[in-house]
Design a protein around this ligand. Structure first.
Ligand code: CP
Ligand code: NVA
Length: 309
């Protein structure tokens, strides 16, 4: 347990530009050191509890491996196996876990549940995805863009498809990092109120339209995500409505010649993206997946108050 307000990592827009820039710098440095075989034991003897109320491949493995590389340990918990599934409150769960572990990472659909856990936890809580936000993903995305193309400031970014948690965190990032984000989503899946407010808050940095072709034009980065997020129930209807939003070679051809393609994964090949694009030379999806590891190590160090450099 710690004293003072714990350093939670819940939403991109809880932070200033310089705080996030500091974490990205730390991530880059940890990545370079790892490639040199250097694994600084910055979180030696620290224990991270991970609660997964939903499926995960990348988040689960990258946090686990990241903690081990930093000398720490992890406990993997599933919501179903915890008393949470028998109506113990998030608040009581937070109070108890705070007595045992140094930090908590949670993936849970309800953002209000995440907030409740954080409010009652005396150790840092990290958002491993809610229906509202996926901030760890966006840190990896920013890192990946900048590794390939340099500063994201002023870059033209196109989001094509559904309006969801990953988009929400991108909207927050666009405002802070000053890149021009154009969002193309169909009327049927127009952003919910909460996201709309953040889009308005982002002002000139974020534009919301319906036409995927217009969004793709002259883009430096095109981003797709699944059409059916965890918690969505109308899969067949979504696949029908979102069909014109597939990222394929025709759409990529409208972007700048050296435009990158990103997708947080898991991908549904043949739906939101074709094999040609995701396996093509512009795709950086596996660098993006790798960078989850490095970005989250930096987030863990920040949360636990450990300087990387
Ligand atoms: N991108 C992402 O969060 O992947 P997982 O659902 O596999 O963790
Ligand atoms: N938008 C997706 C992201 C998965 C990592 C979902 O919420 O299911």
């Amino acid at each position: 347990t710690s004293t003072g307000t714990p350093r939670h990592f819940l939403n991109i827009d809880d932070f200033s530009y310089s705080e996030l820039r500091g974490m990205l710098n730390a991530a880059g440095s940890l990545k370079a050191r790892l490639k040199d075989g250097d694994r600084p034991q910055l979180l030696k003897d620290k224990v991270l509890a991970m609660i997964f109320d939903k499926q995960s491949t990348r988040t689960r493995v990258s946090f686990d491996v990241g903690m081990r590389q930093l000398g720490g340990e992890t406990i993997m918990l599933s919501g179903q196996e915890m008393q949470l599934s028998r109506e113990e409150t998030l608040a009581d769960t937070a109070r108890v876990m705070s007595r045992y572990v140094d930090a908590i990472m949670i993936r849970i659909l309800s953002h209000a549940d995440l907030t409740e856990l954080a409010d009652y936890s005396t150790v840092p809580v990290i958002n491993g995805l809610t229906r509202r936000a996926h901030p760890c993903q966006i840190m990896a995305d920013l890192m990946t863009f900048e590794e390939h193309r340099g500063p994201i400031k002023g870059a033209k970014v196109a989001w094509v498809g559904d309006s969801n948690n990953v988009l929400h965190s991108w909207v927050n990032a666009a405002e802070l990092f000053e890149c021009e984000l154009t969002i193309a989503v169909p009327d049927e899946y127009w952003p919910e109120k909460d996201l709309m407010l953040d889009i308005e808050k982002a002002g000139k940095w974020v534009k919301l339209i319906e036409d995927p072709r217009e969004a793709a034009e002259n883009a430096d980065l095109i981003i797709a995500d699944t059409w059916v997020s965890m918690g969505d129930t109308d899969a067949a209807e979504r696949r029908r409505v979102l069909k014109p939003y597939q990222v394929n070679t025709n759409l990529m051809a409208l972007a700048n010649k050296d435009a990158l393609f990103m997708h947080c994964l898991p991908a549904h090949r043949g739906d939101e993206v074709t094999d040609e694009v995701i396996d093509g030379p512009q795709s950086v999806v596996f660098d993006e997946a790798e960078n989850r590891l490095h970005a989250q190590k930096a987030i863990l160090c920040w949360s636990l108050g450990v300087d990387v450099n």
